[in-house]
Ligand binder design. Structure first.
Ligand code: GLY
Length: 453
């Protein structure tokens, strides 16, 4: 396929239209000029981190969050509209002169919000539903990786759990739901019996299934900005998925994260993005569904080198909480450039810089998480955090002057330091000070990165 053909993709025409219409709607303001009105869609810790980083940009005039959470009301405007109410979202964009929209959670990408927002002629960070399938359709992602020559575990797809169970061989296997699963659709089964149980009990859902070989090694998270064939790496991070100390117990949405990491040093991030993300971005362009947004690659360093475990169509949660604070430059203008299909030009003129400070994030959770939890517990200690420590709210609501819990992962305590060890010490100090009945957290976040006596 020739370059000429790529240039006339309908998607590119959409971006031309977006640029022209924005200039008409905001006469005198060139794209990315001071005074960006930003809209963040979603309401968890990742969206808090996105809004927090936007709030530190001189170029930003206003930040709206839809629907957000009570903690975000301190520095943003909460918009009480469900992000899936297409008509109301479009009305809000027009009425509030929104320039930039950043879609947080994968379920909104899956609901087609990236496409809806683009029709409103604004800069959108979030892929189309067709390209976003790399997250929830594990078989689609695997096909793309095979086509693009990206190293990943051998795999097979099945229409349902029963047919997958028949095909099970001896030995360990990864069982994945081939659909949206809120970070919980993966079981690493130690043997055939454990895999059978996972398939029979519906712990990964009831739809199509992918079985994969188990890869041995250490895992890292590499988030990248992807605009067609342009791929720009963000600072690498590591997260802790299991609920218990020492990486034990069931998988969660993420109990904590840190950045940087010696496992995947900052200096290697762009090379790995070129090797493990760019070929898939090119494959999506060849299919006529160019990607515009964030691709988060879950990576594993095996004896044979780095391989891809999975792709996600969004910033990581809690990886965003520890990587966005490390980004130098004007994050909002970077997002506008990505959302308008100008990432290559922007990255050439403003190379992305990673700050040298380290960040650690510790998730404070309600009793019962990742299972059923009860909200409504009053939260104490929020006003008592040390310098350099922040409470990124993920699931809180307000009752008068007090914050109450409103979900499983309630607050991410984020701390910065000159080293991971210092950031970890501060994050744990902050975590200890914020309390409610039944709250728990892992005190070993980032311990593997730091020599702990
Ligand atoms: N940290 C895992 C995720 O964002 O999916």
């Amino acid at each position: 396929m020739g370059i000429g053909r790529l240039r006339i993709l309908p998607e590119d025409k959409v971006y031309d239209t977006i640029r022209k219409q924005r200039q008409q709607r905001s006469p005198g303001r060139s794209p990315g000029a001071p005074g960006i009105n930003a809209l963040v869609l979603g309401g968890g810790g990742r969206e808090y981190a996105i809004a927090w980083r936007l709030a530190r940009c001189d170029s930003v005039a206003t930040i709206d969050v839809m629907p957000g959470n009570a903690g975000m009301a301190i520095f943003t405007r909460l918009i009480d509209i469900p992000p899936t109410d297409t008509q109301a979202v479009q009305q809000h964009i027009a009425a509030s002169h929104i320039d930039l929209a950043i879609v947080g959670p994968d379920e909104l990408i899956e609901a087609g919000l990236g496409d809806t927002l683009r029709r409103a002629s604004i800069a959108v960070v979030g892929p189309s539903r067709a390209a976003g399938r790399i997250e929830w359709s594990k078989s689609f992602a695997k096909e793309l990786m095979d086509e693009a020559g990206v190293p990943t575990a051998p795999w097979r797809a099945f229409p349902d759990g029963a047919s997958a169970a028949v095909a099970l061989a001896d030995g360990p296997v990864v069982v994945k739901a081939d659909g949206l699963a809120a970070g919980k659709g993966v079981v690493v089964a130690r043997d055939r019996e454990a895999a059978r149980v996972a398939l029979a009990t519906g712990s990964i859902g009831s739809g199509p299934v992918v079985l994969e070989d188990v890869l041995e090694g250490e895992e890292a998270s590499l988030q990248t900005l992807v605009d067609g064939e342009t791929v720009v790496a963000l600072p690498p991070a590591r997260d802790h998925k299991r609920v218990g100390e020492g990486d034990t117990g069931p998988n969660t949405g993420g109990m904590g994260a840190y950045s940087p990491t010696e496992l995947l040093p900052d200096e290697q991030a762009q090379d790995l993005a070129n090797e493990l993300v760019a070929p898939v971005a090119q494959a999506l362009v060849r299919r006529g569904i160019p990607y515009r947004g964030v691709i988060y690659a879950g990576l594993i360093r095996t004896r044979d080198g780095w391989k891809v475990l999975e792709y996600n169509a969004r910033f990581g949660d809690p990886e965003a909480q520890v990587t966005l604070p490390r980004l130098g430059g004007d994050f909002a203008r970077l997002m506008v450039a990505l959302g308008e299909g100008r990432l290559a030009e922007h990255a050439r003129d403003h190379p992305l810089r990673f700050g040298q400070r380290a960040y650690v994030s510790v998730a404070l959770c309600s009793e019962g998480y990742p299972g059923k939890t009860e909200g409504g517990q009053p939260i104490d200690g929020l006003e008592d955090l040390p310098d350099g420590v922040w409470a990124f709210h993920a699931a809180t609501r307000r009752a008068g002057a007090r914050f109450l819990t409103a979900g499983g992962r309630v607050i991410h305590v984020v701390a910065g330091g000159d080293s991971v060890a210092e950031a970890r010490r501060l994050a744990n100090l902050g975590a200890e000070r914020i309390r409610w009945k039944g709250r728990f957290y892992r005190s070993d976040i980032a311990a593997q990165e730091v020599a702990v006596a």
